[in-house]
Ligand binder design. Sequence first.
Ligand code: ADP
Ligand code: MG
Length: 568
Amino acid sequence: MKEDFDSNWADQTLNVGRYRTLQRKIVILIAVAALLPLISLATINYYEHHSALMVQVQEPLRALVGKTKHSFELFLAERISAVSFIASAYPMSQLADTKFLARIFQTMSQAFTGFVDIALIGEDGSLLSYVGPYQLKDINYTGQPWFQQVLIRGAYISDVFLGFRQFPHVVIAVRHIEADGRAWIVRATLDTTQFEHIIASMGLEAGSDAFLTNRQGVLQTESRRYGHVLDQLPFALPPANFEPNVQEFQDNGGQTYFLSLSLVGHTDFVLVAMKPKPSALSILYAVRKDLVLVFLAGVVLIFGGVFTATRIIIQRLRESDAQRLAAIHQMEHTQRLSSIGRLAAGVAHEINNPLAIINEKAGLLQDLLQRQPDFPNKERFMQQIEAILRSVDRCRGITHRMLGFAKRMDVKIEVLDLNAIVTETVGFLEREAQYRNVTIEQRLAPNLTNIPTDHGQLQQVILNILNNALAAVTDGGHITITTWDADDRIGLAIGDNGCGMSEETLKHIFEPFFTTKKEKGTGLGMSITYGIVKRLGGDIQIQSAPGKGTTVTIFLPKRPPEGEGVQP
Ligand code: ADP
Ligand code: MG
């Protein structure tokens, strides 16, 4: 039986760990189930937003570069057409006439801004005529790179260079070939301040930059960040083509930009525009911060909610498990007691008959003796018979108690005197108390109201508490039992001056199998007591301090407990 309790106790301890594991599993499961969609949603949302914003940021830059590149192309195409027209519309003889050329140049300058001078050059590279601010004579251009290019390509626009006037210029040269095979070249110089105007018309924000470079990265217009015309860019240009593209780009200063570039038709030029990334993406960063905050708040809420909910559920589960366990054990215990009780009743019944016979016969002997005045040793015989009768009386008391104990195993509500039950129950323990020199003082209220209650159950309650008190006191200790009337209830207090209990023990005292007595205790006494008191419609309270002693107080109602009929 002891092993039984021990293994149950072990089960109980094991359960604590099991509940914790269960709680952890539920929390993890629900949290994962709730968080996964949240995380995926946040991630998808973030990337969608990111890419949408990228397009939103990059598209205007791409469009601006495209538009500006077209402006450059248009500007240059017009001027190449004008020079081509001059080269093919007039015979060489007329173009070679400086006065005629001057008149054409004047008309051309009116129609198209930016031309500085014009010259006619023979196929052999010799200057045939010139209109412009310089005094050029007897020059041969054969060795010049632009001359070679125009012979190969037919039309050519040079890179920017600083002329004698230290002004940025480009050369536009066009070759014309007559039907008879004769060829000449018309070469005009263009002032590139127009380029700056076109760039300025892009309307760049602060921090942004745009400029023309040639393919080797030499600036063809001013740059806000990288210096003046003909300065070399401090980084290699990423590959470009005629469709403007946008890419992320980190310059040597560590600053990240969106860089858009496009080749400019007819030329070696590359149009470059750049916009710092952080300013472009500041909205994204703001949104990202919000997103992270909302996400974190969600995580905290979910975890908090799940944790609290599971804790409550597990707590309930634990309580109901404990209750069920307690109920089962209480039932087992009562059943065991009731079978012991029935056995006791049987034995008591069997013994009662012979006892009655002994009593009767001894009484008869006594009578007979009394009628014989001269019976020898009469006094001694009388003494023996009285001893027999006393012992029979004691035996009767015992069997009577045994029968009473058995009868009270079945729950039966009767109107009873609590004081009587107390006295009767103390009787069971008197011997042990005497042996250990423990005094059990009964301070019973003289006119205590009778209450409807169960004799056997109440006896068990008092026995359980008295047993604990006896175990708590040292030899020579003191136990006090008090009863009193308290409005619609009556009170019963059992106090001892024993070892008392710690807070921790007090907290667990009503738990089934909770004991501090190791093998000597079952931990069932107080849990059963609690169950009975509650079933009888009462209340139980315990005051205890370590070293000072313990008082268990029980209140029982004067009206019958609910659902129980009172037997007469
Ligand atoms: P058990 O007596 O088998 O240990 P109980 O349920 O009767 O089980 O009591 C549980 C525990 O409560 C005891 O082990 C003991 O520590 C404590 N306890 C109960 N009554 C007293 C008391 N009068 N004085 C000190 N401790 C007590
Ligand atoms: Mg006990």
